[in-house]
Design a protein around this ligand. Structure first.
Ligand SMILES: Cc1ncc(COP(=O)(O)O)c(C=O)c1O
Length: 371
């Protein structure tokens, strides 16, 4: 029988082979070891506890019995639907096995031993690890005050290297901090020669701030910009592995040549069904998340526990001492928090779960905090 631990052992093998891992694999490798409680509250991988919407579950049930066929002829229409949902044409997107696949492709195509990946430390590790595993150059930039990306340093680094791939995760994982629309506009206007901006918008749907916007309009304007999106987060489909990149048709053409294949028809139908009710799904899920997120931050504030103002479905909490203690002790008490994110060693990342999950989190967190 396949176990969760067995699965993650396999993911470890994938890491050795240099593939970009999904968040859950990073989480498991780093944080949770030993026997796992059956009723563990999983707040370690920024998943959505709601899972896929009902319309997607119905769509998947309907296609299961026909999944003996490739369904290749349907994918033109499926990808056109995904593109249209963002105001794009099919030539402007490439779908992948989660956004992990398209991020991997972008790194492989647009970085090299002399053309760096320019990222933030800490940011989502996937692109950095792919670049390193390929033997490509990586430049890590430091966060500014208030934990925001130093866009000036990133552009300077690209300029000095005569080009590169700037990876900006917005909101950033793990800080939950954002880069504003004005700042992204500045980066686009000041992109050095041979430089591509890769904006990872895995968590964009959870943002409340009006000064933060998607970078997809730059794709429509034909700029050197790639936007990565996923169905793993607000749509609750992490295990279905659907994501896409949006970019200019010439960039998409290059990326498509390196994509593995079409995605699973079961996952594709789930995504298309969700897009059919997109506005409603995004609105209701965001409202649920925002309410639970506010309750957590209010609780932390009442106890004078510091945190970074969150904009995604996770909160970075300053525990005032090395967070490893929480990361190792909490799973034994039934709650799995996020992994370490050096150099923010005193910070603990917690994903927002259900209200019941967060009640348990508060209980266990406080026990360790007060010990
Ligand atoms: C910022 C960011 N990008 C990309 C991913 C990859 O997700 P997926 O491959 O499930 O789309 C994650 C996973 O958590 C993430 O946090």
């Amino acid at each position: 029988m396949s176990t969760r631990r067995g699965f993650f052992a396999q993911m470890g093998a994938a890491a050795a082979a240099g593939r970009l891992l999904p968040e859950a694999a990073y989480a498991q490798r780093a944080a949770v070891r030993g026997a796992l409680a059956q009723d563990m509250v999983w707040l370690n991988a920024n998943e959505n506890p709601a899972g896929p919407p009902d319309c997607s579950l119905d769509a998947m049930r309907a296609v299961m019995a026909n999944s003996g066929r490739y369904h290749y002829n349907e994918f033109g229409g499926i990808y056109a639907t995904m593109a249209k949902a963002e105001g794009l044409v099919p030539e402007q997107i490439v779908a992948g096995c989660g956004s992990s696949e398209v991020l991997h492709i972008a790194v492989e195509l647009f970085t090299s031993p002399t053309r760096p990946l320019i990222t933030v430390e800490p940011a989502y590790e996937g692109p950095r690890d792919v670049a390193r595993n390929l033997g490509h150059q990586v430049i890590l930039t430091k966060l500014r005050e208030h934990y925001t990306a130093d866009i000036g340093a990133m552009v300077d680094a690209a300029d000095k290297a005569h080009g590169g791939l700037i990876y900006l995760c917005n909101p950033n994982n793990p800080t939950s901090a954002v880069t504003t629309a004005d700042e992204i506009d500045w980066v686009v206007k000041n992109l050095p020669a041979n430089t591509t901006l890769l904006v990872d918008e895995a968590y964009i749907h959870f943002v409340e701030r009006p000064d933060v916007k998607s970078a997809i309009p730059y794709v429509q304007q034909g700029k050197n910009v790639i936007v990565a999106r996923t169905f793993s987060k607000i749509y609750g489909m992490a295990g279905l592995r659907v994501g896409f990149a949006a970019a200019r048709p010439d960039i998409i053409e290059q990326m498509s040549r390196m994509s593995l294949n079409v995605i699973s028809i079961v996952s594709a139908r789930a995504a298309v069904a969700a897009l059919g009710d997109k506005d409603n799904i995004l609105r209701t899920r965001k409202a649920t998340l925002v309410k639970t997120r506010r309750e957590l931050t209010a609780w932390l504030q009442e106890r004078s526990v510091k945190f970074i103002d969150p904009n995604a479905n996770f909160v970075m909490i300053d525990v005032g001492r090395n967070a490893r203690e929480f990361i190792t002790k909490m799973p034994a008490l039934g709650v799995a928090p996020g992994r370490p994110f050096p150099p923010l060693d005193n910070m603990l990342r917690v994903s927002i779960g259900t209200d019941a999950d967060m009640t348990k989190f508060r209980e266990v967190f406080w026990k360790v905090y007060k010990a």
